[in-house]
Write a protein that binds this ligand. Structure first.
Ligand code: FAD
Ligand code: SF4
Length: 644
C-alpha cells in the first residue's frame, strides 16, 4: 500500500491503478483469443474511453488480467446493501481507486475536477473514477436552468476562454401572478434577481464539465449505474458495485450475463442528485438523518422549444405563481429565453400536494395553455421534454453529510435553494468542499494508506460546509418553504416570504419545520373531486406518450423491472380504492396503469411500463404506501435528454 504524496509512492500508485485508457489499449494489443469482436471492441475503446466499462459489462469483452483487477467472490449474503438479488453467487472484478464518485452531474464532476486540479497543482496524483448511469454525460441531466457561476469560476477562472457553453446572460427578470386568463406583474423577490447569472442547458454544461474531467485524467464512465453499496466489515463504506448486465426479467442470468464490477475507494462520494437510490439506503442504514426529520420534494416538468424569432427575447426570465395551481398547492412556472431562439419553460409542483386527482403533467399542459405562454409558443416547435424531482426541504432536511468511507454531495444531500429555484451552484460548491477534504485526507494526511488503513471520516467536509456560502444562503431562506404549510395556504407563504426575504433575511430565533413527508400529505380521493383536464390540442399541449417520445428514453428489454414493489398487492388493495390510483397521475411518463384484469373480469390489475421511465424518482417519493422502490436499471438506459 502507498501514500501517494511522495514521487516514489506516486510511481507505485500509478502502477497499481493505471488509467483505463492505457488499460484499454493494452487490452487491444494483448487479446489474441478467439473473441475477435471483443478485440475489436478493445481497440475501439482505446480511443473511446467513456464507453469501455459499459461495453465490458454488455459484451463480456476480453481483458488481460493485470494486477490492479482483483477478483472478489461475493456470496449472496455479502455485506452489500440489501436489494432484491436473485442472481447466484458471482465473481466480481474489483478496481481500487482513491476516490469513487457516483453520479456525473454538477456535484460529482466538480468534485472530480477539483481533486485532479489539486493533484496537478501539487504535482502528486490521485486516482479518481466517476460513473454515470446516463448513456453519456448530460443524458440524464434536466434542470431549468438559470445558474450562478461562482463555483464554476473557482474551478475554471477562464471558463469563457475555454468555451464553457454559458452563452446567454440573464438580462431581465419578471414575476407574474397568473389567473386563468390574465397575468399580473408582481414585485420581484430580491433572491430571484438574476443579474450576473446565465441561462443554460445544464445538460450541455455538464457534458462540457465531463470533457474537462476526462482531460484532467478522471476515469469517466457513463452508461454505468451504481447498483449497490459495498460495506467493509467494520461498517464503513468501501465503494459500490455497478449493475449486473444480462439478467432477465425473472432475475436469471442470460448467456450474456456480465457481473457488475466492484469499485473500491478510500472515499466514495455520492452525487446521485435528488433522492439518490443508493443515498436513500445509506441514510437509512447509517442513520444519517435525525429521527423525525425528512426531505421534501417538488417535481419539475419542462420542455425546450424553438420559438418564432419575433417573440424571442434572449436573456428574458419570467417566473409565475398562481394558475394553474390552486391556492393549496405550492409551485410555479418558469420561462427562460435561451440563445438561438430557444425557450426553456416548465412548471414545478410541490410534492406535498394533497389532491390525489392532481396530475403534475396535466397541470403543465394547462400552464402552456395560458395565454401568456401559448402566445409565446404558437408557431414554434418542441425540441425536448423531461421531468425530474427536486429537493425542497432546505437546511432543516439535510442529513449528516459524511460517514466512514464517504460523503454526500449536491442534491442527493439536499442543497437546493428553493426560493431561488437554484441548486447547481451549491451542488458544485459542495463537490469542491468535499474534494478539498478528500484530497487533504488521502494525499496530505496519508489516511487510508497501509500505515493508517482505518476508514477515512470526512468530518472536515461538514465543518467547511457550515462555514460556506451554501450554509449561509440555506440558513437565510430556511423558513420560506415551510411557511406555505400554514392554514393560509399559498397566501400565508407569500406574505411570510415577502417579509422574510426583504426585511428579516432569516434573522429570527426560530426555524419552521416541515409538516409531513410528501407521501403522507396525499389525502383520500373521497375528500376531493376529480379534476377535469382539457384534451391536448397537439399544437401547444400534448398527450403524455407523445411527450415521452421526446425524451429519447429507452430500456433494454428482458431485464428485471427496476421499479420494485415491496408488496405486489398494495396498489390494488390500498392505492386504488383509497387514492384512486395516484401513480397513474403523478408519474410524468405513463409508467403506471390500472388496466382491466383479463383473468378477473370486472377487476383491475396494476401494470408497470418500466421502459417509459425517465428516472425522475417521483414514484419513490409520492407513493402514499411507500411501496415503490426505484432502483437502477442497466447502465445507459433511461432518457437521452437534449438541451434540457
Ligand atoms: C425542473 C428543474 C429546474 C431547475 N432549475 C434550476 C435553475 O434554474 N438553476 C439552478 O441552479 N438549479 C436548478 N435546478 C436544480 C439543479 O438542476 C440541481 O440542483 C443540480 O442539477 C444538482 O446537481 P447534482 O450533481 O447534485 O445532481 P444531478 O444534476 O441530478 O446529477 C446527478 C447525476 O447522477 C446520476 N446518478 C444518479 N444515481 C446514480 C447511480 N446510482 N449510478 C450512476 N449514476 C447515477 C444521474 O443520472 C445524474 O446524471 C432545477 C432542477 C429542476 C428539476
Ligand atoms: S416510474 Fe417513477 S421515476 Fe420513472 S418516470 Fe415514473 S414517476 Fe418518474
Amino acid at each position: 500500500m502507498y501514500c501517494s504524496n511522495t514521487p516514489a509512492a506516486l510511481g507505485r500508485a500509478k502502477a497499481f491503478v493505471r488509467p483505463l485508457a492505457a488499460h484499454a489499449s493494452s487490452a487491444s494489443q494483448i487479446c489474441n483469443t478467439s473473441v475477435g469482436s471483443a478485440c475489436a471492441i478493445g481497440a475501439a475503446v482505446a480511443g473511446q474511453q467513456r464507453t469501455k466499462l459499459q461495453q465490458r459489462q454488455a459484451q463480456a469483452i476480453c481483458y488481460p488480467s493485470p494486477r490492479f483487477f482483483s477478483v472478489s467472490h461475493v456470496p449472496k449474503s455479502a455485506a452489500t446493501e440489501e436489494t432484491v438479488e436473485k442472481v447466484d453467487e458471482v465473481e466480481r472484478e474489483v478496481m481500487e481507486y482513491d476516490v469513487v464518485i457516483v453520479g456525473g452531474g454538477p456535484a460529482g464532476l466538480s468534485a472530480a475536477i477539483r481533486l485532479k486540479q489539486l493533484a496537478a497543482k501539487e504535482d502528486t496524483d490521485i486516482n479518481v473514477v466517476l460513473i454515470e448511469k446516463g448513456g453519456e454525460i448530460g443524458a440524464h441531466t434536466l434542470s431549468g436552468a438559470c445558474i450562478e457561476t461562482g463555483p464554476l469560476e473557482e474551478l475554471f477562472p477562464d471558463w469563457k476562454k475555454q468555451g464553457a457553453p454559458l452563452n446567454q446572460p440573464a438580462l431581465e427578470d419578471h414575476m407574474k401572478f397568473l389567473t386563468e386568463s390574465n397575468a399580473f406583474p408582481l414585485p420581484h423577490p430580491p433572491q430571484m434577481n438574476n443579474t450576473g447569472n446565465y441561462i443554460v442547458s445544464l445538460s450541455n454544461v455538464v457534458k462540457w464539465l465531463g470533457e474537462k474531467a476526462e482531460e484532467l485524467g478522471v476515469d469517466v464512465f457513463p452508461g454505468t449505474a451504481a447498483a449497490k453499496v459495498v460495506y467493509s466489515e467494520d461498517g464503513s463504506v468501501r465503494g459500490i458495485i455497478t449493475n449486473d448486465a444480462g439478467v432477465d426479467k425473472e432475475f436469471k442470468q442470460k448467456s450474456t450475463f456480465t457481473p457488475g464490477i466492484e469499485l473500491h475507494g478510500k472515499i466514495t462520494l455520492f452525487a446521485e442528485g435528488c433522492h439518490g437510490s443508493l443515498t436513500k439506503g445509506l441514510i437509512r442504514k447509517l442513520k444519517l438523518r435525525d429521527e423525525g426529520k425528512f426531505q421534501t420534494y417538488g417535481i419539475g416538468i419542462k420542455e425546450v422549444w424553438e420559438v418564432d424569432p419575433e417573440k424571442h427575447s434572449p436573456g428574458k426570465i419570467v417566473h409565475t405563481m398562481g394558475y394553474p395551481l390552486d391556492y393549496k398547492t405550492y409551485g410555479g412556472g418558469f420561462i427562460y429565453h435561451m440563445e438561438d431562439n430557444k425557450v426553456t419553460l416548465g412548471l414545478v409542483v410541490g410534492l406535498d400536494y394533497k389532491n390525489p386527482y392532481l396530475s403534475p403533467y396535466k397541470e403543465f399542459q394547462r400552464f402552456k395553455a395560458h395565454p401568456l405562454v401559448t402566445n409565446l409558443l404558437k408557431g414554434g416547435n418542441v425540441i425536448s421534454y423531461g421531468a425530474r424531482a427536486l429537493v425542497e426541504g432546505g437546511l432543516q432536511s439535510l442529513p449528516k453529510l459524511y460517514f466512514a468511507g464517504g460523503a454526500l454531495i449536491g442534491d442527493t444531500a439536499g442543497f437546493m435553494n428553493v426560493p431561488k429555484i437554484k441548486g447547481t451552484h451549491n451542488a458544485m460548491k459542495s463537490g469542491i468542499l468535499a474534494a478539498d477534504s478528500a484530497y487533504k485526507a488521502i494525499i496530505t494526511d496519508c489516511k487510508g494508506s497501509d500505515s493508517d488503513d482505518a476508514p477515512i471520516v470526512l468530518s472536515e467536509y461538514e465543518e467547511t460546509f457550515k462555514n460556506s456560502s451554501i450554509y449561509k444562503e440555506l440558513y437565510e431562506v430556511r423558513n420560506i418553504r415551510p411557511s406555505f404549510h400554514t392554514g393560509l395556504g399559498i397566501w400565508g407563504g407569500i406574505v411570510w416570504s415577502g417579509l422574510d426575504s426583504i426585511v428579516l433575511k432569516g434573522r429570527v430565533p426560530f426555524t419552521f419545520q416541515h409538516k409531513n413527508p410528501d407521501h403522507a400529505m396525499l389525502e383520500p380521493a373521497a375528500m376531493h373531486k376529480p379534476i377535469d383536464y382539457p384534451k391536448p390540442d397537439n399544437e401547444i399541449t400534448f398527450d403524455i406518450l407523445t411527450s415521452v417520445s421526446r425524451t429519447g428514453t429507452n430500456h433494454a428489454e428482458d431485464q428485471p423491472v427496476h421499479l420494485r414493489l415491496a408488496d405486489k398487492t398494495v396498489e390494488i388493495r390500498k392505492n386504488l380504492p383509497e387514492f384512486d390510483g395516484p401513480e397513474q397521475r403523478f408519474c410524468p411518463a405513463a409508467v403506471y396503469e390500472y388496466v382491466d384484469d383479463e383473468a378477473n373480469p370486472g377487476k383491475k390489475r396494476f401494470q408497470i411500463n418500466s421502459q417509459n421511465c425517465i428516472h425522475c424518482k417521483t414514484c419513490d417519493i409520492k407513493d402514499p404506501a411507500q411501496n415503490i422502490n426505484w432502483t437502477v436499471p442497466e447502465g445507459g438506459d433511461g432518457p437521452n435528454y437534449v438541451d434540457t
